[in-house]
Write a protein that binds this ligand. Sequence first.
Ligand SMILES: C[S@@+](CC[C@H](N)C(=O)[O-])C[C@H]1O[C@@H](n2cnc3c(N)ncnc32)[C@H](O)[C@@H]1O
Length: 240
Amino acid sequence: MTKLVHQSTSEAESYRPLASQERVEEIKELRQTMTSLGGGEEGEQLHPFLGLTLRVPSQVMTPCPVSPMLGGAVFAEVRPGDRVLDMGTGSGSLALIAAKKGADVVAVDLNPHAVAAARANAELNGVADRVESRESDVFDSVEGRFDLIVFNPPFQWFAATDYADVAGTDAGYQALTRFFREARAHLTEKGRMILFFSTMGDVEYFEKLVADEGFEHKVVFSTTQPVFDVPVEFTVHRLS
Ligand SMILES: C[S@@+](CC[C@H](N)C(=O)[O-])C[C@H]1O[C@@H](n2cnc3c(N)ncnc32)[C@H](O)[C@@H]1O
């Protein structure tokens, strides 16, 4: 598996869990179970997703069973002609959904394998003219403002071991924290955001970031699904 070559470190030390000690222990146990089972299949997987076909290399997150819920929320939110930013695009799944609805999309990721996959998947699904993919650590290489920003962030706060792991964990929530601090400056006046989060992470910290930045907040969808026999609540948030 490709090793992680860069990940910013600011703010990693200042994060302290806001979830209860009991929840923190449960989340740590879940992390241990997930890491002990390793990174999944080697090689490229072909993955159907809401009418799209995605080629997903092993260093990139494959959409999971709850991803269609998020994809559906993005499809419902996008208006044709919107300028959309897909932060942490992975295989490009959400960027492609937005492009299919007629948006112009910038798809960014820290992981160069994800950027390449998103670009190839845009070609494969006939929306290459509407999706521009590029490497970026949060907003570092993002210019301008967007009508809609979508972000399915890594849910956990532990240090990542490689690029595949960066999909699930973000040391000290440095990326999530920077995302919230900088998002408003990348939104148009009536811009909105669709974000995903789950109880695999520190929901109280996520909610504090939302409140700190003064966003209007609505839960669009929520479902509880087992992850390694642990019930996990997944929630789609709309912020404006
Ligand atoms: C949970 S995955 C979501 C992938 C895809 N959007 C989806 O919904 O299937 C999180 C993504 O965020 C990316 N990511 C993590 N830290 C990042 C950062 N600092 N800047 C940009 N992307 C980041 C990961 O590489 C990963 O592709």
